[in-house]
Design a protein around this ligand. Structure first.
Ligand code: C5P
Length: 209
């Protein structure tokens, strides 16, 4: 069984996906970390993430050690990720890895993948599709709290603007734009606790099993 969880940044999909995978005994893939890895690799090589030649080369030679790098979670990697992610050659280079993981997860039981296009492009045949979203302000508030908790300097207006820019880039790009699959169940987490989100998702998964 494949569980596809898509949605915008800081909507709570990562927390939900990890918890659901643990609960179900499934393997989990954070597909955003692949795009962040590509973005970070370009930055480390002194390149421009918006440059299609540099971005394609990084996607085709992605150093998986970067996925454990502390800078992967920073705002520079997030911005670079959304710039490389808009490029078709980058998405094509990462597609097989994601599909192989979904179809043959290491533990052989099932897979939970979270991202932007899991239900629409990577796994259109997923048994469960969730689209996890929240208001822009709620998501920016959560991101600000996360950055502060990690000891990073964060300014509300900058976090809000970055989130708005990334939403626009992810939703308006030509290739695999962020949008709910026609058969996805939408969960709006704006006024839900993580436990409430988990219970809602668990009920949806149970109904499909
Ligand atoms: O989920 P996360 O914030 O780590 O994703 C970083 C960026 O990677 C997103 O803003 C998006 O541009 C890109 N991404 C994507 N498709 C995915 C996952 C992430 O385009 N499946």
């Amino acid at each position: 069984m494949i569980v596809a969880i898509d949605g915008p940044a800081a909507a709570g999909k990562g927390t939900l996906a990890r918890r659901l995978a643990k609960h179900l005994g499934f393997d989990f893939l954070d597909t955003g970390s692949l795009y962040r890895g590509v973005g970070l690799q370009v930055l480390r090589q002194g390149g421009d993430p918006a440059d299609p030649v540099a971005a394609k080369a990084a996607a085709e030679t992605l150093d998986l050690a970067l996925l454990a790098d502390p800078d992967l979670r920073g705002e520079a990697a997030a911005k670079a990720a959304s710039l490389v992610a808009a490029q078709p050659a980058v998405r094509a280079a990462l597609l097989d890895f994601q599909r192989d993981f979904a179809r043959k997860p290491p533990g052989n039981r099932g897979a939970v993948l979270d991202g932007r296009d899991v239900g629409t492009v990577v796994c259109p045949d997923a048994g469960v599709k969730l689209f996890v979203t929240a208001s822009l302000e709620a998501r920016a508030r959560r991101r600000l709290a996360e950055l502060q908790a990690a000891g990073r300097t964060a300014i509300w207006s900058a976090v809000l603007q970055d989130m708005q820019d990334r939403d626009a880039r992810d939703s308006k790009r030509d290739v695999a734009p962020l949008k709910p699959a026609a058969d996805a169940v939408v969960i709006d987490t704006t006024s839900l606790s993580p436990d409430q989100v988990f219970e809602a998702a668990r009920a949806i998964v149970d109904a499909k099993r």
